[in-house]
Design a protein around this ligand. Structure first.
Ligand SMILES: Nc1ncnc2c1ncn2[C@@H]1O[C@H](COP(=O)(O)OP(=O)(O)OP(=O)(O)O)[C@@H](O)[C@H]1O
Ligand SMILES: [Mg+2]
Length: 327
């Protein structure tokens, strides 16, 4: 990757939440280690997927990249500029260039605003130089580009289904011509029957608008369909990072292998799938050594004491002491 291709660079990122006075279950003062030393780079034009079980830190990573959470340590650069410690004023242009789409389209649209007002708002904020006509033209152009009927514009969010609302949220994100879109489980709250349609809208936008995505999902079939590269997370750590094809063809990290084998498959006449054993340990009480050792079928003593770092093995990056032997 050349310097000019790198869009987002996350370096040694840590995010800890200190639970406050009225914390959960008397957990006052406890620390949640949500992100533990994550480094990765996203190249322009990629659809970079982030996968992993619930609680592994995917949303926290997304929110930290977007500046919705502060970092505890490490840095985030966007096109060479450090953005994680910027003032609000300096950050402002990045709030236009980087947009986020959330999981729940019922919560992310203001119920009191018409669709037209919803779409105009970010554009009027970031582009006060545009005339009313220019703003309205843009609204129509973007609505049509994502397959939304412009007759929706005078209506309110409650009049729409989940899939339609998510297409409105996508349109709103596209209003300001972003370069980079962070999508946090954008289709997982939707009916299965319309998930593909919304995914297609996003892929179309990528192809026509030169978008780069950070796409979060726990659905591996979506990754296979949509992702150019994928990072697998477990307890705040990246275990494996690879081109999508490489990861699906020959996963190397034992956790990735378990995750892939847990996809139900048609085997003869019966549906079978390998079960994932054991509980995910708590992010409040991280295991020593490799975070996955308690569930790993290959764990040896060194896995309980030494933290494996991401390293290049067999054409991808793997954080496993025995990555040479797991192929
Ligand atoms: N504001 C917060 N305060 C305290 N702990 C938090 C906060 N936000 C997240 N966490 C904790 O950080 C860890 C990572 O959470 P996160 O929401 O990033 O996971 P996730 O991978 O997005 O999960 P899911 O798939 O369920 O959305 C979890 O242990 C979670 O409980
Ligand atoms: Mg999440």
């Amino acid at each position: 990757m050349s310097d000019t291709d790198g869009l987002l660079k996350i370096d040694k990122l840590h995010k800890r939440f200190r639970l406050s006075s009225d914390g959960w279950f008397g957990a006052k003062g406890q620390v949640v280690n949500a992100i533990n030393d994550v480094s990765l780079e996203i190249t322009k034009g990629e659809s970079f997927c982030l996968v992993g079980e619930s609680g592994c830190g995917k949303s926290t990573l997304a929110r930290t990249v977007m500046g919705l959470e502060t970092t505890s340590a490490g840095s985030i650069h966007y096109m060479g500029e450090r953005i994680d410690n910027m003032s609000d004023a300096a950050r402002l242009p990045y709030r236009q260039r980087m947009q986020m789409i959330f999981q729940n389209p019922y919560a992310s649209l203001n119920p009191r605003m018409t669709i037209s007002q919803t779409l105009e708002e970010p554009l009027r904020f970031h582009r006060p130089d545009l005339s009313d006509t220019q703003v309205r033209d843009k609204v129509v152009e973007v609505m049509e580009s994502v397959g939304n009927n412009t007759s929706w514009l005078s209506r309110f969010p409650h009049e729409f289904s989940g899939g339609q609302r998510q297409r409105i949220s996508i349109a709103r994100a596209l209003m300001v011509d972003p370069e980079f879109v962070v999508a946090d489980e954008p289709i997982s709250a939707l009916d299965v029957s319309i998930q593909a349609q919304v995914l297609n809208v996003m892929m179309d936008a990528r192809d026509h608008r030169d978008l780069t995505y950070l796409f979060i999902t726990h659905d591996l079939s979506v990754v296979e369909h949509f992702g150019t590269r994928v990072a697998v997370m477990y307890l705040g750590v990246v275990c494996e990072l690879a081109e999508t094809k490489t990861l699906f063809a020959s996963p190397r990290h034992p956790y990735t292998q378990l995750l892939l084998s847990a996809i139900p498959k048609m085997d003869g006449s019966e549906m079978t799938h390998d079960r994932m054993h054991g509980e995910v340990p708590s992010a409040m009480n991280l295991p020593t050594g490799c975070v996955f050792h308690g569930r790993c079928p290959h764990a040896k003593d060194v896995c309980k004491t030494d933290i494996p770092t991401l390293r290049q093995v067999a054409g991808r990056q793997v954080a496993c002491h025995f990555a040479e032997d797991t192929g």
